[in-house]
Design a protein around this ligand. Sequence first.
Ligand code: 5RP
Length: 251
Amino acid sequence: ASMEALSLSPPMSPSVFLTQDELKKIAAYKAVEFVESGMVLGLGTGSTAKHAVDRIGDLLRQGKLTNIVGIPTSKKTEEQALSLGIPLSDLDNHPAIDLAIDGADEVDPHLNLVKGRGGSLLREKMVEGACKKFVCIVDESKLVKHLGGSGLALPVEVVPFCWKFTANKLRNLFERSGCVTKLRNDCEGKSFVTDNGNYIVDLYLKKDLGDLQIASDAILRIAGVVEHGMFLDMATTVIVAGELGITIKNK
Ligand code: 5RP
């Protein structure tokens, strides 16, 4: 991956301590600079992507962008985009997307990602897999050496039918990495249900995932699994906002 460091001009001066949310916003606004009128846009999900969608809405309202079609990656993003007046469509009607902008939970040095802590990984993978360009936007806390090794979960979307059976299969697969599986709950303590009516099993590993493609294939071979949160070789650009400025990494 090539890297390009950009200096920040005030008020984004490095001498000012920035919150994580401000860093997310800086990355998001930078990504929206890649958006051109007439584009079909994949609209990501999460607190970082939300800033990008807000910004696209602002530019549309100001007339600086025209003729945009958004393809949302979740019901939440769909609601946000509709409230901002962003015209929306779906993959059935727009199977080729010019550019998608979305966050991530982990980014490795090869621009492989873990996504899905927000629970939208299936639609995100479908939309971002249909893009010419996928710009991932993160603050620097998301950078890791190896996916799955940061103590955070690798989310796996599973069908509700006998989810414990599927979770056991997943745990057995990564037994040597000290894998613990947890069914994700919502804020009321009930099973979290995805936009597609499925559950999320989070995998917590004591070691990293090893060969990512092998891990990915093995997870997808389990019959109750719908999709997992590893996005391998999908991001074409990652924009990282840190206290010292913005770094743009290209594939
Ligand atoms: C949702 C995602 C998000 O992009 C990811 O969880 C990052 O979220 P945030 O921008 O809130 O840190 O994959 O499914």
